[in-house]
Structures are given as structure tokens and as C-alpha cells.
Design a protein around this ligand. Structure first.
Ligand SMILES: [Zn+2]
Ligand SMILES: [Zn+2]
Length: 256
């Protein structure tokens, strides 16, 4: 049943195993939080205005694989509704030359980030990097496709080529709806969802799919090989929203 496989939306997450200690030096200088910590480690810094009063989001893409304006607008309004950044949220776009891969490992992706990323955290501005790739995840199999991966505290990748393959044809979802779902879901991991750096107010982690919400209508639900489940999530122009439990978690960690 190829269709079933094709429609499987598997949004994987990757939790870096690196040492995520946020060192606080003993002097009076504000410490710059690293952009190379584990996924979820900067959830409070992204959500609250305790240290970072503004946020810059760097969208990096390869020609032909840029996110749609609709997706960018959806991301902006999602964040305006959830994070406290009194000095604003800015979204920049940068095009890079194709790296030349047909598929990408996380190591490949980190290397691309190290070469091309422009924005890093400053004293009061936190920087996020989102990469839209022209190839698929190297981890894909016939029965499981990864559409996006949050791999560091301020970094995630969207496999835009795979999104193109799964959208905008007969019986397939609208591309912006699918793209928005992946972008917001991965951003949700940077916000510490679910139980990934933002403490749960009630236990709603899916024990079968750790770091995801157990509410099947929630943006942070892990939709596995069941194609019908994914089709339901983005059918009829409906983009999944955060459920009340995930929102409560964000609000308790400095968000809105
Ligand atoms: Zn996920
Ligand atoms: Zn949820």
C-alpha cells in the first residue's frame, strides 16, 4: 500500500547528546546562551522575555525549496501568540547554493549550518535557524518518511523536497498546510514540547512516542504510519493547533 506509506507523516525529533550545561560565569557580564545545546534546552529563553527581548529567525533555503509566504505568515502569527518578545520577531530569508546531496544525515545538516548560518544569540536577541532542504532525510525508509527534525536548541531542518512529493497533487494535502504543520511542529520542540525542556503541567506525553503529546488532534501529536491519521490532521485546510495541555505547559514556562 504505497499510498499509505506515502502519506505517513513522521516528524522525528533528535535530541542531541551533547553536554547541554549552560554555564553561568561568575562575572557580571550577561552570559550569551550557546546556539549549540540540546533540543529544548533553550525553551525558556525562547518563550520568555527574561533575557531575550527579541528574536530573529533565519530561514535558509535552496532555490526552488523556499517555504511559502503563507507558511512564513503562519509561523509569525503562531509565535506572536505564544512567545514574549516585546522588541519583536523578525524573519529573514537567505538562499544558499545546493549542497549537492540527494539525502542528508544530521551531520551533513550541522555542517551546512556551520557554513551558512549568519545569526547567533546576542545579549538580548535570540536567533533561530531553519533550513529548507532539496533532498530527503538519510534515515528515510520505504515505510517511514521524516519531514522535519529539530536537532539543536535553536535549529531545525525541514525536508522540503519530501513535502513537495507529498503535496499539491490529487488526493494530497495543500502544500502550505503540510509545510506549516511541519514548521510549527518542529518549532514546538524548540519550545520544549512535549516534556522536552518545558515541564508538563499534566502528564500528556505519549509513552509510545516520547517527547510528543498524546492528544491526537494536537500539533505535537506523533502521527506514525497510519496515512489516514495524517490526512485527517491536515485535511480541509485545517492546520493542527496546540491543545490546551501543550499551551498550559508553554504558559508555565514563560510563554503566552
Ligand atoms: Zn516531533
Ligand atoms: Zn498537545
Amino acid at each position: 500500500m504505497k499510498l499509505i506509506f506515502i502519506y505517513a507523516l513522521i516528524i522525528a525529533f533528535f535530541t542531541a547528546c551533547s553536554n547541554d550545561t549552560n554555564s553561568n560565569s561568575g562575572n557580571n557580564q550577561p552570559s550569551i546562551v550557546s546556539n549549540a545545546l540540546a533540543t529544548g534546552a533553550s525553551a525558556n529563553h525562547i518563550l520568555s522575555n527574561n533575557q531575550f527581548k527579541s528574536m530573529v529567525i533565519e530561514l535558509t533555503y535552496i532555490d526552488g525549496y523556499a517555504p511559502s509566504t503563507t507558511t512564513i505568515n503562519n509561523l509569525q502569527s503562531f509565535l506572536e501568540n505564544r512567545v514574549n518578545k516585546p522588541n519583536g520577531i523578525t524573519i529573514e530569508q537567505h538562499q544558499i547554493v545546493p549542497p549537492g546531496n540527494s539525502n542528508y544525515t544530521i551531520d551533513d545538516i550541522v555542517a551546512i549550518e556551520n557554513t551558512h548560518r549568519i545569526n547567533f544569540n546576542t545579549n538580548d536577541k535570540i536567533a533561530i535557524w531553519i533550513l529548507f532542504l532539496d533532498g530527503e532525510a538519510a534515515s528515510n525508509t520505504e515505510s517511514s518518511l521524516t519531514l522535519g527534525t529539530a536537532y539543536l536548541n535553536t535549529s531545525f531542518v525541514v525536508y522540503e523536497n519530501t513535502i513537495h512529493d507529498l503535496s499539491n497533487s490529487a488526493f494530497e494535502p495543500n502544500r502550505s498546510d503540510l509545510e506549516t504543520t511541519v514548521v510549527l511542529h518542529e518549532f514546538g520542540h524548540l519550545l520544549g514540547l512535549t516534556n522536552l525542556g518545558t515541564q508538563m503541567q499534566n502528564n500528556h506525553e505519549d509513552i509510545d512516542h516520547p517527547k510528543h503529546c498524546n492528544e491526537e488532534n494536537c500539533l505535537m501529536y506523533y502521527a506514525a504510519e497510519t496515512g489516514s491519521g495524517v490526512m485527517n490532521m491536515v485535511s480541509g485546510g485545517t492546520i493542527p493547533q496546540l491543545d490546551t495541555q501543550c499551551i498550559a505547559d508553554l504558559q508555565a514556562n514563560g510563554g503566552k
